[in-house]
Structure formats: C-alpha cells, structure tokens
Design a protein around this ligand. Structure first.
Ligand code: SF4
Length: 313
C-alpha cells in the first residue's frame, strides 16, 4: 500500500542573486514500512526535499506539486492543521548536525520535556520519554546528564530519540552518521535498521552510498535539484542507468578494486539554470539532444532522466 506519494514537487529559495531552483519536478513513492535513501553531492537538493516533506522551508517555498501522506494531501492543510496532525506526530526529522544543537545548560530530560511542551503533548511524559530512550538502546540514567557528559554516539541517539518521541510513522534522517567515527556510524546504522524492522518508514539522506546500501529499499539519486534516477536499491546498485549514478558508484573506494574514479567538474548554478540536462557539462556521453530537458523514462523499478534511454528502456 502506497504510504507516501510525492508528485512533481518544486521548491525554490529567494536569494539576493535570484531564485534558486533547489528542487525541480521531484517524484517518487514509498510503500508502508519501506525506506528510501536519497543520495547525491552537496547542494543537490537532498535536504530541501526532506524539509519540504515536513513543510519547514526557511527562506523559500514549495511552488507546486503534491505530497500525499497516508492518503491526505498535506500541502492542502493550513500550517496549524499540519502542525497539529503531522509534524512530529506522523512524520519527524533528524536534522543534519543536530547533536551539536543540544542545549549545554539543560539536562537531557529537560530537553525532552521541552519538545513535548512545544507539541502540546497531553499524555504521560515519563512514559513516552522512557520509551523513546529505550528505543535507541540507551539507559534511562542518561536523562539526568548534560550534553557535555555524553559521547558523540550517545548525543546522536538522543537526537534520534527526540525525533521518535511522539511515535511518528515516518522519520527523515538527514546525514545522521556524518562526522561520527566508523564504529559509531555502524551503531547508528544498526539502530536505524532496528527501527525499520519495528515498522518505521525512514528516509535516509546522505552522500554516502555505502550507508544507503545497508538500509534503503528504494533509492533516489539527486543531481542539481532533480531526482535523476529512482528505483529499487538492487537495481540502482546492480544496474545504474544514469551516467551520474554510474559515476557516483564508481567513486566509492573498495578494498580490492582499483583506484576510485571521480566525476570531473562541478554542478551547475541553480540560479536560473539553463534548459536541458543539468549534467551535460560533466557527462562523457552528452549529445546534441541533451540540450533539451530529458523526460522520465521508465525502468524496471522506477525511472531515469537521461536521453540515452529514449526508446530503449
Ligand atoms: Fe548525459 Fe545526455 Fe544523459 Fe544528460 S541526458 S546524462 S548529458 S547522456
């Protein structure tokens, strides 16, 4: 059963240089209990996609498109309806670098209480806080501590527990393992796997395709504001179609492989981007036709936006 449907989503930011086309015509869907990984290099629109799904775009706005969550069009709700029904209750977000935002002068418990107060929670505070702390495999003693008394891994678990406080069905995790050492990364990935096993749908946003392979059922590859390839994790890893996806996978270092390859050049400026494929200046297979915007060509499990697949897939 489809639980999240995103259709032709467009989000833009107004800046002093002009309108930034941060998210352009993004579409995908997610079945109940499925997890999706969103990958791509910096400033490709990954975080903007996550923020659009919880309607927290600062300095910009969702211009058009649809987000259907559990059968309801959430862009048609007023801000207060969305806040009351969805934010933190049905969907929440683990923000990028959030462990550094824990307030150093309040205990962890006080910070949990503040989240519950902010969301006008009316139930048993003790119970939900303990449930959240236990769900991330932390001991309740942690509640009396202050952030400086915790390791990086524990702080990240606290942030995840805060996102789980009101038991949402869908959690967006934006780079939850960045800046953690590899052992802590493995712990956090295992924790996300456990949450997924318990029935939660997760959107994992990362530039680390290795982390995604552990967790995602579906993968969306973002480039310059567009989701240029979308499909099952198996198809994206085993048979990547878009030259950018192929380049990303070839850039992962392997233990026994040769030297990783790199994609030359930089992504285009998203202030008034040119018409045509946005990867054209970096693509080894670019052709004349690529000066026109590529549509979505269907693949076995999703789509690819590349003229190479015109009439071929
Ligand atoms: Fe390369 Fe053309 Fe495909 Fe873009 S549409 S990725 S330029 S082949």
């Amino acid at each position: 059963m489809t639980f999240l449907q995103v259709e032709n989503l467009i989000t833009r930011y107004q800046t002093s240089r002009g309108l930034v086309h941060a998210l352009d015509d993004v579409s995908f869907s997610l079945e109940k209990g499925d997890s999706i990984g969103i990958a791509g290099e910096s400033a490709c629109g990954k975080s903007t996609l996550g923020l659009s799904l919880i309607r927290m775009i600062q300095g910009g706005k969702i211009v058009s498109g649809k987000i259907i969550f559990d059968g309801e069009s959430i862009l048609d709700l007023t801000e207060s309806e969305f806040d009351k029904k969805y934010r933190w209750k049905k969907t929440s977000m683990i923000f990028q670098g959030a462990m550094n935002t824990l307030d150093p002068v309040y205990s962890i418990k006080q910070q949990f209480v503040e989240v519950l107060n902010q969301h006008n929670f009316e139930g048993d505070y003790e119970r939900v806080i303990l449930d959240a702390v236990h769900s991330v495999n932390l001991d309740e003693n942690v509640l009396q501590k202050y952030p400086h008394e915790l390791s990086g891994g524990m702080k990240q678990r606290i942030i995840i527990a805060m996102a789980l406080l009101l038991k949402p069905k869908f959690v967006i995790a934006d780079e939850p393992t960045t800046a953690l050492d590899v052992l802590i990364q493995a712990q956090i990935v295992n924790l996300l796997k456990k949450l997924k096993k318990d029935g939660m749908s997760i959107m994992l946003i990362t530039h680390d395709l290795g982390v995604l392979s552990e967790l995602a059922d579906k993968i969306g590859i973002m480039y310059a504001g567009k989701m240029i390839e979308y499909g099952t994790s198996h198809d994206i890893y085993k048979n990547p179609k878009h030259p950018y996806t192929q380049g990303l996978l070839e850039s992962i270092p392997t233990l026994h492989g040769g030297k990783p390859k790199f994609i030359k050049g930089n992504p285009p400026d998203l202030v008034n981007p040119k018409q045509g494929c946005r990867f054209i200046d970096r693509c080894p297979e670019a052709m004349e036709k690529c000066k026109q915007d590529p549509p979505k060509f269907k693949t076995d499990s999703g789509y690819v936006m590349c003229w190479l697949y015109d009439d071929k897939v």
